[in-house]
Design a protein around this ligand. Structure first.
Ligand code: GAL
Length: 418
């Protein structure tokens, strides 16, 4: 369990202050989210505007911090104080954990009226439903095993899109030798874990990913393959710049955007930053799967869960859920966000080359058994296990453990966390 008392106390103080300062009007809907980076905020605006058109006010409750760890701490404090926000951006097992506590509104009526069962893929319904009841509305599907590359740096250095681990390392060597940063990375646990997810998949393949990250099989967790994963993490650590510690993900994206760095390994929310900067896929930047994971998709899905305000969902909550699930909105929002729609019936027409590829890859992965919930983004296991893994991954990435010790630590940490 990752505990940071100082940070939690600071967050609780912020929550208390903002709760006191905020007088939420009855017709407003308060939304807790972590979409504060440029591309994220632009996408969120699409939702705000949609609601405003319906005469519903938006009470913003942003909690910065990619991946949502801080947002979830604030949420816990708000619920403990008896003052949950009406709507909350959430990921995977966090949704089902809150549903298990009985904290979420039942959305079955609106889901039946709008036929969500038919249009939301099974892989997402696993998290949108609890005990057969709809408890969240999925706004997107992100996938996390992407590489974002600066096209002009690659062209200048004669680097082809790497297809294998060895080609990737050769490409990274060329960039490093040129004096540019090879990998733009932000050393935060969830970002380290995002790379780890991709390296696990690339090194061990889909069955190994399933066994280690999802089924938590101690043999897979403690295997030589896992040791090799950690060895590869050490190799990648050699290509990040000296100032990587603690850097926000969008600042790492900015390094690729500003021609300082060649590659970023990050989910497709990064595309939102490239688009916001006015760049075009295939012309200015490239998007491709982490080498060795071309046929796989590790996904996460941002969903909005609605906290029980005492009884049935409020009219504003229903309006927000309805807005989120409309096909037009799912297209408009995801075009900006970098993700793809959470409905299977939305056309890819409005999407750019990366978005079209994302939609195609997702459908192919789902039908070939190559779609997996991302460990780093809370879709493989509950937060307790995820955080236990984060601790080991980050410690190893920062040189605290050699690969053998890290492998054993992973087995132990997961076993304690379960
Ligand atoms: C993910 C989330 C994305 C994006 C990212 C960085 O967890 O699913 O929507 O916001 O964090 O903040």
């Amino acid at each position: 369990m990752r505990l940071n008392f100082a940070r939690s106390a600071a967050l609780i103080a912020i929550v208390a202050a903002s709760a006191a300062a905020t007088q939420v009007k009855a017709e407003d809907v308060e939304v807790l989210h972590w979409w504060t980076a440029g591309g994220e905020a632009a996408a969120l605006n699409v939702l705000k505007e949609n609601l405003q058109e319906q005469g519903i006010g938006w009470e913003d409750m942003p909690v910065a911090g990619g991946g949502g760890e801080q947002a979830m701490t604030v949420l816990r404090a708000r619920v403990t104080a008896g003052n949950p926000p009406a709507a909350v951006q959430m990921l995977g097992f966090d949704i089902t954990d809150w549903a298990a506590e009985g904290a979420l509104s039942n959305l079955n009526d609106i889901a039946a009226e709008e036929n969500w069962d038919e249009v939301v893929p099974e892989a997402l319904q696993k998290f949108s439903k609890y005990d057969g009841n709809w408890v969240a509305a999925p706004v997107n599907v992100h996938s996390t095993n992407w590489v974002w590359a600066n096209k002009s740096i690659l062209d200048e250095l004669g680097i082809e899109q790497p297809q294998t681990w060895d080609e990737l390392i050769a490409a990274l060597d060329k960039v490093k030798a040129s004096g540019k940063v090879a990998i733009a990375h932000g050393g935060q646990p969830w970002q380290d874990a995002t790379i780890f997810d991709a390296v696990v998949m690339a090194t061990g393949g889909p069955e190994f990913y399933q066994a280690s990250m999802i089924d938590l099989d101690p043999e897979a967790l403690g295997s030589d393959t896992m040791k090799e994963v950690f060895d590869r993490m050490t190799v990648l650590r050699g290509y990040v710049d000296d100032n990587f510690s603690g850097r926000d993900w969008n600042l790492a994206s900015a390094m690729v955007i500003n021609d300082e760095a060649a590659f970023q390994f990050m989910g497709d929310w990064a595309k939102g930053e490239f688009l916001k900067a006015g760049l075009t896929p295939d012309e200015d930047f490239l998007c491709f799967r982490f080498p060795g994971t071309q046929d796989q998709v590790t996904f996460n899905s941002d969903q909005f869960a609605f906290f029980n305000q005492g009884g049935e969902p409020t009219a504003e909550q229903v309006a927000l859920a309805k807005a989120i699930m409309s096909p037009e909105f799912q297209s408009a929002f995801n075009v900006v966000k970098g993700s793809v729609p959470a409905r299977t019936d939305v056309s890819d027409e409005a999407f750019d080359a990366c978005g079209k590829k994302g939609m195609k890859d997702l459908a192919a992965a789902a039908s070939s058994g190559n779609l997996f919930g991302s460990m780093a983004h809370g879709h493989a296991n509950p937060a307790s296990v995820k955080n236990a893994m984060y601790d080991v991954i980050t410690a190893q990435f920062n040189g605290e453990y050699d690969s053998e010790t890290a492998t054993q630590e992973l087995v132990d940490a997961v076993s304690i966390a379960q």
